[in-house]
Ligand binder design. Structure first.
Ligand SMILES: C[S@@+](CC[C@H](N)C(=O)[O-])C[C@H]1O[C@@H](n2cnc3c(N)ncnc32)[C@H](O)[C@@H]1O
Length: 312
């Protein structure tokens, strides 16, 4: 983990209290911490940095890691295709990340991509701010994103059919600078970042995957600056009780709190000047993109991801 991030980090166990860590650094090289323990002076929680990967998810357990589908090699390779298919000139590659990137205005400061998987949108945002951070609960995704950041190229084995595989090599374009991004294991419901520290915040295809979508939005609002901030949320709003109990959904219900459609309810939350996401956000016209996941050569999932971009 790049050492400069220490200034931004706080203990995620003590929220809403904000306590910077004491860093007990084992190995570091040229501004990069390879191994360390980050210790909270308030609650005593200890988080490790191992092989450069900071593990800052206070809810992580070993059993979650073994059952999380996002930790498997097959899903990592699927997401590497989804994020970087255009870089290997795949004719079926999704254009979604380019469309989302086009919505962000250049802004000084730090960008945060929550649930950023293998890193595409963090790299995109690194070109329009000073520094971009991608966080995800999947260690496998964060390891893959950091590998691309360090090596700038990666050979990936894509499933063709059955046990047949095809190797492709992803090479990052020069405009995505490795010194301007970092990737951490962290949880979007308990962000290890100081309040008002983030200029650009993105949440792509995440809000329907977390157990408390409103807690994710509150955390976004806590870390986002009061001015000169942008927020991009995009999601298929595939609400499911596997991800969150129905009372937590922000839409997809006919009555109760957050009845109606998810996108309209998120827009209403952002535009409410006295609501829990105040100070108020100016919301642009919502839209949608087709986002793709590839399982094998003849099997793709086509997902309409509905987006809203807001600024304040
Ligand atoms: C559907 S994928 C979307 C990935 C990426 N944002 C994109 O659009 O390509 C959802 C991602 O959210 C991550 N995730 C799920 N719950 C999370 C949480 N509580 N905090 C952070 N990341 C989470 C998953 O590991 C996965 O990478």
């Amino acid at each position: 983990m790049k050492k400069r991030l220490l200034d931004l980090l706080i203990c995620p166990c003590c929220l809403p209290g904000e306590y910077p860590f004491i860093a007990d650094i084992g190995r570091e090289h040229d501004g990069d911490i390879e191994s360390a323990t980050l210790i909270c002076p308030q609650c005593g929680a200890r988080f490790s940095i191992d092989e450069g990967v900071a593990m800052l998810d206070p809810h992580a357990t070993d059993s979650q890691r073994t059952t999380n589908k996002y930790e498997t090699d097959e899903v990592v390779s699927s997401y590497l295709w989804s994020h970087f298919g255009d870089l290997i000139a795949d004719e079926h590659a999704s254009q979604a990340y380019g469309t989302w990137a086009g919505l962000m205005q250049p802004q000084a400061g730090v960008a945060l991509d929550a649930g950023g998987a293998v890193g595409r949108f963090s790299f995109e945002m690194s070109t329009c701010c000073d520094f971009a951070v991608g966080i995800d609960t999947s260690h496998a995704f964060i390891r893959a994103a950091r590998c691309l950041m360090r090596e700038r190229c990666m050979t990936v084995s894509l499933k063709d059919e059955g046990v047949l595989r095809r190797e492709v090599t992803i090479r990052l374009p020069d405009k995505w600078r490795s010194d301007r991004v970092e990737f951490l294991v962290a949880n979007a419901l308990a962000l290890p970042f100081r309040r008002k520290s983030i200029g650009l915040f993105s949440s792509l295809n995440l809000v329907d995957k977390v157990p408390s979508p409103i807690r994710h939005l509150r955390e976004m609002n806590r870390v986002a600056r009061d001015t000169k901030a942008q927020f991009l949320l995009s999601d298929p709003f595939s609400w499911s009780i596997e991800a969150a109990p129905m009372e937590e959904w922000l839409g997809g219900k006919s009555d109760g709190s957050f009845a109606g459609k998810g996108l309209a309810n998120v827009v209403a939350l952002l535009a409410d000047d006295k609501g829990e996401l105040a100070p108020v956000w100016q919301v642009d016209e919502p839209g949608s993109v087709w986002w793709k996941i590839r399982t094998h050569s003849n099997h793709f999932e086509l997902i309409r991801s509905c987006f809203v971009h807001a600024s304040r």
